[in-house]
Design a protein around this ligand. Structure first.
Ligand SMILES: *Cc1c(COP(=O)(O)O)cnc(C)c1O
Length: 449
């Protein structure tokens, strides 16, 4: 990633005014402090406590609409399938379902969440390198739009499960185009060394085999080269060009190709990155896949949900170390793991109006978890933040709550949705009782205390 958490960066961090100005759902009010849509975030923090995830429904709608419009303006027959792993909150999925979005799911749990939120089965794609027989059977029972197969072994498995059920599975082949998306190594998926997809050189033969197997209807090709792509327009174009070339070859052999799946990956500006615009992505798809005249699919996750969410946290205390100030929060890496896992930079804003304009000094922002990796930011310019002061992590709507754990026996944080002047808790904070409730004591160890 361009700007790792711990190494020096060539540009100064954006200031508070800058961070707010670039996020249309956020405003700084003189009396209410940081406001999301029409709801002061301080109100939510006071009523629900912290840490708490807050999602802007308006932002989800606006960004889904912007992507849809960009694809339509490029003259593409395109459908959007929100990657549920970015955010599987039922309320988030419901907002997108109402906008006509489908879903890209990678597990039984996500398939169930998408259906529970009201996403029609015939708009759901099932991706992932290790679908179990049970997951394949569920997908077929539900009648989902397509399964993206990632290996010859999986194709055989899908065929066997479908044939045993007397069903025909619509299957796309995910090819590994062996292109470098130039993103963080942990979220690059389109290189030959990555575990994803079928080697380009093996794909045509496997596609032909799919057409001959019972229980399988070959649908097309899929590709997904990585996530948080900010400078990989060339990689996108190279990957889509390979898909186009292969699709044309397959059709030339008389094999059916109904549609092409372009995956997700479009990056967002967490700090000062300048990712490709939806129009640029649509243009790349049009230029490479357009001539085939086939419907295309997109599986965006981060681009839609990332900017829509914040994580609210409270300051536990400020610890003055030698030459360092540590701001210790009640949120930790178990809540938002992206800084620890990907060296990700997140904007951090105080919520109170006076703190948005107070003098700044560098601080390390950390959580209370017993890991040095539990560090959200180093040397970040922040005001004096006394115990109880509230802050928001920006752009936490994707790969935030979905990647949470209960490490250090910390209950899962609450989730809230804001929609205009309305807001509601969409997942109450997990209770400590619930955290212990599903554990059993072996009878030879005696009863629980
Ligand atoms: C993760 C994933 C996506 C979504 O990626 P984003 O970077 O969030 O857009 C789409 N398709 C597949 C197959 C994925 O694994």
């Amino acid at each position: 990633m361009a700007s790792p958490l711990s190494s020096p960066r060539s540009t100064p961090d954006p200031d508070f005014a800058d961070l707010i100005a670039r996020r249309p759902h956020l405003q700084a009010h003189a009396l209410d402090g940081l406001v999301m849509e029409e709801v002061p975030l301080v109100h939510i923090a006071r009523e629900v406590g912290t840490p708490t995830w807050v999602y802007s429904a308006g932002t989800l709608r606006r960004r889904h609409g912007a992507l849809r419009d960009a694809l339509a303006e490029a003259g593409l027959d395109a459908s959007l399938h929100f990657a549920a792993k970015a955010n599987d909150s039922l309320a988030v999925l419901r907002v997108l379902a109402a906008e006509g979005a489908g879903a890209d799911v990678v597990s039984e749990g996500e398939l169930r969440a998408a259906r529970a939120a009201g996403i029609p089965a015939d708009r759901i794609v099932f991706s992932g390198v290790g679908k179990t027989e049970r997951e394949i059977a569920l997908a077929l029972e539900e009648g989902i739009l397509q399964i993206n197969a990632e290996s010859a072994e999986e194709v055989e498995r899908i065929s066997a499960v479908a044939a045993a059920m007397g069903r025909v599975a619509p299957v796309s082949l995910r090819i590994n185009p062996d292109v470098d998306a130039r993103t963080h190594a942990k979220i690059s998926t389109g290189l030959a060394e990555n575990k994803f997809g079928i080697a380009y050189t093996d794909a045509a033969a496997l596609y032909a085999r799919m057409a001959s197997l019972p229980g399988i209807r070959p649908i097309g090709l899929a590709v997904h080269i990585g996530s948080q792509i900010t400078e990989g327009m060339a990689a996108y174009r190279a990957a889509y060009a390979r898909v186009a070339e292969m699709a044309a070859a397959l059709m030339g052999r008389g094999l059916p190709v109904e549609r092409l799946d372009c995956g997700g990956g479009l990056g967002i500006p967490y700090r000062d990155e300048v990712p490709p615009s939806p129009a640029a992505l649509a243009g790349a798809i049009k230029a490479t896949l357009g001539p085939l005249g086939l419907p295309v699919m997109l599986e965006p996750g981060r681009w839609i949900a990332g900017p829509a969410g914040v994580l609210l946290a409270s300051v536990v205390l400020q610890k003055r170390g030698q030459n360092r100030r540590f701001v210790v929060l009640d949120a930790a890496m178990n809540d938002l793991v992206r800084p620890a896992m990907y060296e990700a930079w997140h904007g951090i804003l105080p919520l109170a109006p006076d703190l948005l304009h107070a003098p700044l000094a560098p601080a390390d922002v950390v959580g209370p978890v017993c890991e040095s990796g539990d560090t959200f930011a180093r040397g970040r310019d922040l005001p004096d933040l006394p115990p109880g002061a509230l802050v928001a992590f920006l752009d936490a709507g994707a790969y935030g709550a979905t990647m949470s754990s209960t490490y250090n026996a910390r209950p899962l944080a609450a989730e809230v949705m804001v929609d205009g002047h309305r807001w509601a808790v969409t997942r109450p904070r997990q209770s400590h009782e619930a955290l212990l409730a599903n554990q059993l004591m072996p009878d030879w160890l005696g009863a629980r205390a």
